[in-house]
Design a protein around this ligand. Structure first.
Ligand SMILES: [Fe+2]
Length: 394
């Protein structure tokens, strides 16, 4: 029996015997309110996130696709700190480890309600199981796949849904959300209503997205908690990773205006943050895997500019372009301006093409060992741009 079938049987079995929660403080049933969705995928790990309406203890069971449920290959992951397994309502965030590169897995999420949580008496209530869902890890040896990029959704889920209609899911290993998915973060539900619930419904349970922070996501009283919902392998917004023949660099351009601008009320320090990234970037482009990749692609929400008076975009250029110009970058993917542009390499600025995607367009990149096929399509189906980048020998 496949793990899929075994999991389904298990769900029915557990639900049938779950205790009616006599001790529950209210009549609401234990439920997943958001998610699950995949984040922070690497060659050997991935994080699964979901939210519950009640205090519970959660785990994820996972195994290579096709594994039977009673096999010793089924692994269980929980989250905890300082010897205590997490037990709370709301965010459930569990990292799966001991994964192998390029292997397809199935996982299911399990949350067990804690109906009474006294120091010496814990009474469990209902158990909730969802899944199985499929996922795969990154694989530096994978020869072909595709990825898509959307950006500047600004909580317009109708447009997000229409853009997602254009994604060829069969070959798409990951989505890039290149910033400004929300206007700011002041209400918790803004993230869920603005784009996350749509992404979960459409793909994010099984196809991970890489969230590149935009300048609007730095705004609002809740903005400092964004990384809790969208954790990265590095534990910060800027990092690098490898999948197939591509090394990706994800950079965080911060805000567009000077730190002292009255709009930020003295609460930002992006000059120092960009300097910190500059030091990291110098090291990152020296890495063995990065240098030996067939392609190198950079994501940053705000495009670098050698001519604009804008503080953020000119600082991104001054700090990062010299490093990237020495690092044989094949393509930079940006957003922010809300206007499509393809900027050709020039000697005095960027030595690599820069593609600025518009809010009503989607970038699709078809990856193979010999070429990158880049297509930008508008919501009405019009192909705005299509070109190939040949792999360079090293
Ligand atoms: Fe922006």
């Amino acid at each position: 029996m496949s793990m899929h079938r075994v999991f389904l049987a298990a769900v029915i079995g557990v639900c049938a015997v779950s205790l009616p929660c006599a001790l529950a403080q209210d009549q609401e049933k234990l439920a997943v309110t958001h998610g699950p969705y995949l984040q922070g995928v690497t060659e050997s790990s991935a994080t699964v996130i979901w939210f519950t309406n009640k205090t519970c203890v959660s785990r994820v069971e996972y195994a290579p696709q096709g594994t039977s449920a009673d096999s010793s290959a089924v692994m269980t992951a929980v989250a905890g700190r300082h010897g205590l397994i997490d037990a709370s309502a709301g965010l459930q965030k569990i990292t799966l480890t001991r994964l192998e590169p390029g292997v397809r897995y199935e996982y299911r999420i399990i949350s067990r309600e804690i109906a009474k949580f006294d120091p010496y008496e814990v009474v469990y209530g209902d158990t909730l199981i969802e899944g199985p869902y499929r996922m795969q890890t990154w694989n530096p040896r994978k020869s072909g796949y595709s990825f898509c990029v959307i950006n500047d959704i600004h909580e317009k889920t109708d447009r997000l849904n229409s853009l997602l209609d254009m994604v060829p899911w069969e070959t798409t290993d990951m989505m890039f959300l290149n910033g400004d998915m929300i206007d700011h973060w002041t209400r918790e539900n803004q993230v869920f209503d603005g784009f996350l619930d749509t992404c979960v419904r459409r793909f994010a349970r099984e196809t991970p997205f890489v969230y590149v922070r935009g300048n609007h996501e730095t705004r609002g009283a809740l903005a400092r908690g964004l990384l809790d919902l969208f954790p990265t392998p590095a534990g910060r917004y800027y990092y690098g990773f490898r999948h197939g023949p591509i090394s990706f660099l994800v950079l965080d351009g911060g805000e567009d205006k000077p730190d002292a601008n009255k709009e930020y009320s003295g609460l930002v320090d992006f000059d120092a943050y960009r300097a910190e990234q500059t030091r990291w970037l110098r090291e990152a482009v020296q890495g063995e895997s990065f240098r030996r990749s067939r392609y190198r692609i950079v994501f940053v929400h705000m495009p670098p500019s050698a001519t604009s008076p804008g503080h953020g975009v000119s600082q991104i250029h001054q700090l990062w372009s010299p490093i990237l110009n020495r690092s044989r970058i094949d393509l930079m993917l940006c957003a922010h301006t809300h206007r499509f542009a393809r900027i050709e390499p020039v000697e005095w600025a960027n030595h690599y093409p820069i593609l600025i995607n518009a809010p009503d367009m989607m970038v699709h990149v078809d990856v193979s060992e010999s070429r990158l096929g880049v297509t930008v399509t508008k919501l009405d189906g019009q192909v705005v741009e299509s070109f190939e980048l040949q792999a360079r020998s090293w």
